[in-house]
Write a protein that binds this ligand. Structure first.
Ligand SMILES: Cc1cc2nc3c(=O)[nH]c(=O)nc-3n(C[C@H](O)[C@H](O)[C@H](O)COP(=O)(O)OP(=O)(O)OC[C@H]3O[C@@H](n4cnc5c(N)ncnc54)[C@H](O)[C@@H]3O)c2cc1C
Length: 316
């Protein structure tokens, strides 16, 4: 079995940045990646200074080459289980030994079940104004409610910053008088009734069709997905989750399981690419410190066993 100081599960921005920092710290690090980053449907990535407008796949390609350049190992595959100690099991039977674990497996966006919506995801069906609001500025924008009512309402209230033409489709959300007042005060129009489908022509969104057959022309729609973390490996190891169902971590990503860290969307639904990369870096530095602490303890024990301490002199 191959042995590593750290096995990183997930090779998105979080996992790759962690692996880069660890490999540069001369740690033996492997990244196991399933190859399904969350932002894969988007053509461009925004909001990452010096990387704005980059193809998200290109970011990972560059990151992977950097990790390999410092001696990190990249393994394409899926981790199915991690045993304490740690043994990392991959689909297909390979197992890796690790002194520490970083889980950076991201999350899944659960979308409202509306015909046409999933197919347009990341193109003209969006969820993050900071990622793609600028690209649809001043266009006719819709906000469709459905799963996360609070997120949909928040989107409807902030999107007028990007366009004066915003229509809110509650799609089953019961609006209070207060919410209605706030939306109309922001200039947001409300289209009552269930959404039956998205109207798409020539590979572009044209409108939102309501159950009564009325089509409201729109160039882009925003939805509030349910964020479902890929945290089975962490909970399988016994990691505690908070009241909202997210794995509990400290400021460096350390979970409640000794030796196990988490970074990026798996524990933080708000992490953008730049945030996920930063969390990966912070986790890597904490992991390296944790490994170093172990090594210092062991060295002290060995020195005492040999009759030390011995004075270390620079004069030889
Ligand atoms: C459509 C869309 C567009 C977006 N656009 C932007 C944008 O413009 N700017 C921005 O900052 N953010 C954007 N985001 C958010 C961005 O996707 C996340 O911030 C980012 O992907 C989080 O990085 P991560 O490393 O935590 O997870 P991910 O990038 O999702 O990477 C996780 C990796 O772990 C792998 N994995 C999962 N489980 C396993 C397993 N068991 N074994 C092995 N590998 C596993 C996955 O295959 C994946 O490759 C967008 C999101 C979406 C949905």
């Amino acid at each position: 079995m191959d042995e590593f100081d750290v096995v990183v599960v997930g090779g998105g921005a979080a996992g790759l940045n962690a692996a880069l920092v660890l490999a540069r710290a001369r740690r033996r690090v492997a990244v196991v990646d399933g190859g399904e980053p969350r932002n894969a449907p988007a053509e461009r990535m925004h909001g990452f200074v010096s990387r704005d407008g980059m193809d998200p796949a290109r970011l990972l390609e560059v990151g992977r080459a950097e990790v390999v350049g410092y001696g990190g190992e990249l393994i394409d595959g899926r981790v199915t289980r991690i045993d304490t100690g740690f043994t990392v099991h991959l689909a297909g039977g390979r197992a890796l030994g690790a002194r520490r674990i970083l889980v950076a497996t991201g999350l899944r966006d659960e979308l409202p079940d509306i015909p046409g919506l999933r197919e347009r995801w990341g193109r003209d069906v969006l969820h993050c104004p900071y990622c793609h609001g600028h690209e649809v500025r001043d266009r006719p924008i819709g906000v469709i409610g459905g799963l996360a009512a609070d997120v949909a309402l928040h989107l409807a209230l902030i999107l007028p910053q990007w366009s004066p033409d915003v229509v809110f489709f509650p799609n089953g959300i019961e609006l209070t008088a207060d919410e209605r007042e706030r939306l109309t005060a922001r200039g947001v129009r409300i289209a009552a009734g269930r959404v039956s489908r998205l109207v798409v022509h020539d590979d572009a969104l044209r409108g939102v069709e309501l159950a009564d057959g009325v089509v409201v022309p729109r160039a882009a729609v925003f939805v509030g997905p349910l964020f479902v973390p890929h945290d089975e490996l962490l909970t399988g190891l016994g990691a505690e989750v908070d009241d909202n169902g997210w794995v509990r971590t400290d400021g460096t990503g350390r979970t409640t399981v000794p030796g196990v860290w988490a970074a990026g969307n798996v524990a933080n639904p708000r992490a953008q690419v730049v945030t996920a990369a930063g969390e990966g870096s912070a986790a890597a530095i904490a992991l390296n410190t944790d490994l170093t602490n172990d090594e210092v303890e062991r060295a002290v024990r060995d020195q005492r066993a040999a009759g030390g301490p011995f004075a270390a002199s620079v004069h030889g």
